[in-house]
Write a protein that binds this ligand. Structure first.
Ligand SMILES: [Fe+2]
Length: 201
């Protein structure tokens, strides 16, 4: 697995190059590296035939636990970086805007609610297409391997770990959220929403 480059080259407004360098080049790239390491160890363990399925402690349990943490660390960051680099104009997402308005009153109310959910999260705040419910839903996760809901396709992934904003804003998480929305690429979210909502199980 190779780390994906940032999908934008322009400077973001309110999210500094220093934060991005640490966040993308070190943290995200670190999850990619660890995913490879864990995958390699799982393959070795399976081939060795010495694996033990013990839920209190076993090498297999420790690796499987680390695997979901690392893989979610990779995927969630890729979704997060992928919708940055925009101009914050929801007009570029007509269908998604309509859906947000239907669900939460207006696009502004949808963003306001999302930001409040993000303030309440310790790690991730995610707008998804819930395939079972056939609806947009909003879920929070406090760490990579917690909070994810099976059968959902992420549309907007917001990283609210302190590493995403502390250099730029200290403890002012709200100011970071405002910057996130200013840099949000609504056209990309629209494309994802249109692809996701045709999926049925
Ligand atoms: Fe992060």
């Amino acid at each position: 697995m190779e780390p994906k480059p940032l999908p934008f080259t322009k400077e973001l407004e309110g999210i500094s190059a220093k934060t991005l360098a640490i966040h993308h080049d070190k943290l995200y790239a670190g999850y990619v590296k660890k995913t490879d390491e864990i995958t390699g160890k799982l393959v070795e363990l399976q081939k060795s035939g010495t694996y033990e399925g013990n839920a209190t402690y076993s090498e297999l349990r420790a690796l499987k636990d680390a695997e979901t943490f690392a893989v979610n660390g990779v995927y969630l960051h890729e979704w997060y970086f992928d919708v940055l680099g925009g101009d914050g104009d929801p007009g570029k997402a007509p269908e998604l805007s309509k859906a947000l308005a239907e669900k939460w009153g207006s696009v502004e109310d949808g963003i306001k609610y999302f930001s409040a959910c993000a303030m309440a999260a310790r790690g991730w705040s995610v707008l998804v297409w819930d395939i079972k419910a056939q609806s947009l839903k909003h879920y929070n996760g406090d760490w990579h391997s917690q909070g994810g809901v099976w059968g959902c396709i992420p549309i907007i992934v917001l990283d609210v770990y302190e590493h995403a904003y502390f250099i730029d804003y200290g403890a002012d998480k709200k100011a970071y959220l405002d910057a996130f929305w200013r840099n949000f690429d609504w056209a990309k979210a629209e494309a994802l929403y249109l692809k996701a909502k045709i999926v049925t199980l």
